[in-house]
Design a binder for this molecule. Structure first.
Ligand SMILES: NC(=O)c1ccc[n+]([C@@H]2O[C@H](COP(=O)([O-])OP(=O)(O)OC[C@H]3O[C@@H](n4cnc5c(N)ncnc54)[C@H](OP(=O)(O)O)[C@@H]3O)[C@@H](O)[C@H]2O)c1
Length: 260
């Protein structure tokens, strides 16, 4: 039980990666606070916990309503008296060309994936700085370091997320650990829930890493207080390395790849 008695708040805990992380933290002894919009799904996840005797709580919220998040942070702290680890995971993706994406949808992606994530973190910062030995984890994406077609707003939001949290890490020093986890393709509902006019059930994510496997690796990284962690398959990792070595070679390699 490597997280025994730690209080862990997870956004986007009703599905996919957040659900798998919630179950894994409960298994490792943490008291988990589950947040997302869908209360019924949050209850389903909570009821699936293996350690039912360990207290957990549901705090429904909409991260897109970022001006209301400071109030949700007060409620979250009140549940168990403090928070030790915040997992910024809630997010939506995109499978649409920029020309076909209405601006309202660009805004939605940036509000949920970037602004909501920043707002919840900022509201918790004074609590974390006062307590020390706390952790901020952000589930960003390989799309925070590389880029493909059909992801303009998503890449913008995730590049922004990586930039924000890597800068924040420099400001916080050793007071609060900031762990940026960049998943590759993980088999969740992300494509089904993405901003898109069409849904391709044979998408690359469906063939990606299973969320439980992701969660197991992520928990080890969080426990080891890692700073930047990639979790996923070889080809996404190769793309990240190629982009770093030669951005122009990366553009040539990626421009005709099927990424929907
Ligand atoms: N799957 C991948 O391949 C992959 C790769 C790279 C990065 N990621 C990142 O991993 C994170 C989790 O995605 P996933 O793959 O697990 O997708 P998912 O299965 O679609 O889960 C997304 C989660 O975010 C929550 N969410 C969405 N909009 C929200 C809002 N306005 N307010 C509060 N919660 C909201 C959803 O809950 P409700 O609908 O109940 O609100 C759900 O719990 C995202 O940040 C995503 O960008 C995923």
């Amino acid at each position: 039980m490597i997280f025994k008695d730690k209080i862990v708040w997870i956004t986007g805990a009703s599905s996919g990666i957040g659900e798998a992380l919630a179950k894994a933290f409960n298994k490792e002894g943490a008291k988990v606070i589950l947040s997302a919009r869908n209360t019924l799904e949050l209850k389903r996840v909570q009821e699936s916990f293996i350690n039912q005797h360990i207290p957990s709580a549901i705090l429904p919220l909409d991260i897109q309503k970022y001006l209301e998040l400071p109030k949700e942070v007060v409620k979250a702290i009140a549940l168990f008296g403090k928070i030790d680890i915040l997992i910024n995971n809630a997010g939506i993706s995109q499978r649409e060309l920029a020309v076909d994406t209405p601006f309202e949808e660009d805004l939605k992606i940036i509000e949920i994936d970037l602004l909501g994530t920043i707002a919840i973190t900022k509201a918790l910062l004074p609590h974390f700085i006062k307590n020390g030995n706390s952790q901020i984890v952000v589930i960003s994406s390989v799309m925070g370091k590389i880029n493909t077609k059909y992801r303009t707003a998503y890449a913008a939001a995730k590049h922004g997320t990586v930039g924000y949290f890597e800068s924040l890490r420099l400001e916080l020093g050793n007071k609060v650990n900031v762990c940026n986890i960049m998943p590759g393709f993980i088999a969740t509902n992300i494509v089904k829930n993405a901003v898109s006019k069409t849904y391709n059930p044979n998408n690359q994510n469906a063939a990606g890493m299973k969320p439980d496997e992701f969660a197991e690796i992520a928990l080890k990284a969080i426990h080891a207080k890692k700073k930047n962690v990639y979790i996923g398959g070889m080809k996404e990792q190769f793309a990240m390395i190629l982009k770093r070595i030669s951005p122009s070679l990366f553009d040539w390699f990626i421009k005709d790849l099927k990424v929907v």
